[in-house]
Write a protein that binds this ligand. Sequence first.
Ligand code: URA
Length: 212
Amino acid sequence: MSCQRQLKILDHPLIQHKLTLMRSVETPSHSFRRLLKEITILMSYEVFSDLPLQNIHTTTPMQSMESPVLSENTVCLVPIMRAGNGMLDGFIEIVSNALVGHIGLYRNKETLKAHDYYINLPKAIDVGKTVVLDPMLATGNSANTAISIIKKHGANDIVFTSILAAPEGVEAIEQKHPDVPIYTCSLDERLNENGYIIPGLGDAGDRLYGTT
Ligand code: URA
């Protein structure tokens, strides 16, 4: 993993290999979905590396012992709809007792500003680590809006996860929410005039769900 400020780039060879396959315009939706899930599973190794543990009593075939497990309510996953839903399967497969909230945002095509249309967050969001999921960190407007909403609901240990990030988006989060670490698999070159990441992978929602 390479780190720069609060930005953590997950440069594991398995992740980078799968990311290249995801980027290809030839990759169909069903493969894109599977690759996104596999990358998210691999990301979880770093994203959850500091989760708190508590000892429980267990008995092996040989003897009894105290052994660590994850505490209840340690993780809340919050996908930003709709593309963020594509990252949920992978994380939840690894942390099966995670709470899950949803934030629905759309971006105004002219201003590129984010507006919320759906917010449903668990009450216990203030207990553990809240992980925000969105495959594309582009302008940072959606990320910052979602993080502000989550903070208003009481969360104070928040991380943001994406598959790709543009420098503009990273800077936007670092300006508005400098306490929030960003995990991503690639820092791409730039945004184009429509707010798409270059070279990127296109519209993540369309590629996931086969819409255009
Ligand atoms: N959202 C996407 O799906 N793709 C981009 O490149 C930017 C934002």
